[in-house]
Design a binder for this molecule. Structure first.
Ligand code: GLN
Length: 552
């Protein structure tokens, strides 16, 4: 039978419920259990696909094409498993379903209400993953206890615990223990209040995970245990960590996993498998190389906007035993008079995904600089499309070349709207989404990186490379090296006669995990290391190309 762990948050938002959930799941997985995590989001959007990164950070896309919360990225990166639409639900989706059923007459004769109809629908979603035979499902409830929006979820958890029996569904409450420097003390009162709030809704949490900047003393643990009615052993300290990837081992030290297994009445199998994780941490913390990568985007002030890209660099860096310093550069700050100064000394340049016109000129400048100076370049989605536009303007000399997204009336729309997007009116969930097959040319750098002829990568876009121009590009060694054969779409371009110049229409960052770093990020970081070693002059370039041909 599947058992449940519900994770709620108290006192403040941003305590890292996602990381705690993923870390606990990692430990349980290492003990041989089949675990997954789901995120319940209390907002009214049906999914986060229509929110901008200021509102919501990155939109994470799953293989089955769901546009989801970025916490699902943490789940995949930690657990090395794929998630799907069933791993993320929002209040918007819940209400949409209930209202559709109401119109279809499923509740005929009844008044449709939050309790039981909305809470039933929430429970149905929570239990939707059971058919996949998980030993444990962790349900992370977005928001903070006390928020109006999260009430129906808390109520659904209360009901579900009664239905499942307490040993089959426990609650972990994540809270903050603030440190008052004036008093020189950690304070437990906010946590006491937060637990009281949960109790008001009929939920007594079994475990407290306490975020703190200072160690919890025995006295504090005792106090929390007494006032919050949990055993002392179930007061777990969660200190700020150097990297999020330390958290599973910190939780292991605090016995979070065994505490939970006890509460759920499950056997405490030995930890079998954290070797790969520890090896990764060892490499992460003892780098032999150091490189500087410029990340060019328009949301650089937001930590969360390019979350998966940053994490992919952490994975790929460790794989190469390199410290990757990602330097965020605002595309709007790159101008004719300053761009060389700002980009000088970078060992690699990545142009980020995105939508709309803002900051495009700066992106084109950065790409031109990388291309002309043999600096490794990686363009993702919009970044790839910009590379196509830059090459059209500056090498193919196509006057007035552009992407249809930027200028619908451009003479040469080298990037244009996909055929099946032309009649799309609704914005929600209508992009080209999810995993698509891509065939690689055997004589390409990307083939060398993947060591595979067929790959599946995740997409989220409406525009594509315009095939009418394909031959013009090929003649100048700007090669389509990854093709979706079913629709004849260019998915990857690569520039020959350059140490590493790759643009991808998909989002490789969404598939990089600790245990399986993404091959293209690994290869890009390797190219950046080579760049630093000075392997970018013309003679060495020839060597690189010869080597590529041999491997291919
Ligand atoms: N705006 C571009 C498109 O829709 C690229 C999207 C992206 O970078 N995810 O095609």
């Amino acid at each position: 039978m599947t058992k449940y762990i519900f994770v709620t948050g108290g006192v403040t938002s941003s305590l890292g419920k996602g990381i705690i959930s993923a870390s606990l799941a990692k430990l349980l997985q290492a003990r041989g259990l089949k675990v997954t995590i789901q995120k319940l989001d209390p907002y009214i959007n049906v999914d986060p696909g229509t929110m901008n990164p200021y509102e919501h950070g990155e939109c994470y896309v799953t293989d089955d094409g769901a546009e989801t919360d970025l916490d699902l990225g943490h789940y995949e990166r930690f657990l090395n498993i794929s998630t799907s639409q069933a791993n993320n639900v929002t209040t918007g989706r819940i209400y949409q379903n209930v209202i559709t059923k109401e119109r279809a007459g499923e509740y005929l004769g009844k008044t449709v209400q939050v309790i039981p109809h909305i809470t039933d629908e929430i429970k149905r979603y929570i239990r939707g993953l059971e058919k996949e035979d998980y030993d444990i499902i962790i349900s992370e409830i977005g928001g903070t206890v006390g928020d109006i929006e999260s009430l129906p979820y808390i109520e659904a958890v209360r009901q579900l615990r009664n239905e499942l029996g307490k040993q089959n569904g426990i609650v972990i409450h994540l809270t903050l223990i603030p440190y008052l420097s004036a008093a020189g003390e950690l304070k437990t009162k906010p946590t006491q209040h937060s637990v009281k709030e949960l109790l008001n809704y009929g939920i007594q949490p079994e475990v407290l995970v306490c975020r703190t900047e200072h160690p919890l003393t025995e006295e504090i643990r005792q106090k929390l245990s007494l006032f919050c009615n949990v055993d002392k052993g179930s007061v777990i300290e969660s200190r700020d960590a150097h990297t999020i990837y330390d958290v599973p081992l910190l939780m292991l030290k605090e016995n979070l996993d065994t505490t939970v297994l006890d509460k759920l009445g499950l056997e405490k199998n030995d930890i079998q498998d954290l070797t790969a994780w520890k090896k990764f941490l060892g490499r992460l913390k003892n780098p032999l190389h150091e490189v500087r990568i410029g990340l060019i985007g328009k949301y650089i002030e937001l930590q969360d906007a390019y979350k998966s890209i940053y994490e992919s660099f952490v994975h790929a860096g460790a794989e190469n035993e390199a410290l990757v310093n990602v330097e965020s550069i605002h595309s709007e700050d790159l101008e004719e008079e300053n761009f060389e100064k700002k980009l000088k000394g970078l060992n690699g340049i990545l142009v980020a995904p995105g939508f709309g016109e803002r900051g495009i000129e700066g992106k084109l400048k950065a790409i031109q600089y990388a291309r002309e100076n043999n600096i490794p370049f990686f363009g993702i989605c919009l970044g790839m499309q910009c590379a196509v536009v830059e090459f059209s303007k500056n090498v193919l000399k196509l006057e007035d070349a552009n992407s249809g997204e930027i200028d619908e009336n451009a003479k040469h729309k080298v990037i244009h709207l996909m055929e099946d997007q032309k009649n799309v009116k609704n914005k929600g969930g209508t992009m080209r989404l999810g995993a698509w097959q891509c065939h690689l040319s055997p004589d390409s750098k990307v083939f060398t990186a993947y060591q595979n002829e067929v790959v599946f990568e995740r997409h989220r876009h409406r525009y594509e490379f315009n095939n009418e121009y394909r031959n013009l590009f090929i003649e100048k060694n700007f090669k389509p090296v990854g093709i979706n054969k079913e629709k004849d779409l260019v998915e990857i371009i690569e520039l020959e006669d350059h140490p590493w110049f790759v643009g991808v229409q998909f989002h490789p960052e969404l598939k990089s995990t600790v245990e399986t770093p993404h091959p293209l990020f690994v290869s890009f970081v390797q190219a950046a290391i080579d760049n630093k070693k000075g392997k970018n002059n013309k003679d060495q370039l020839k060597e690189v190309n010869d080597a590529q041909t041999e491997v291919g």
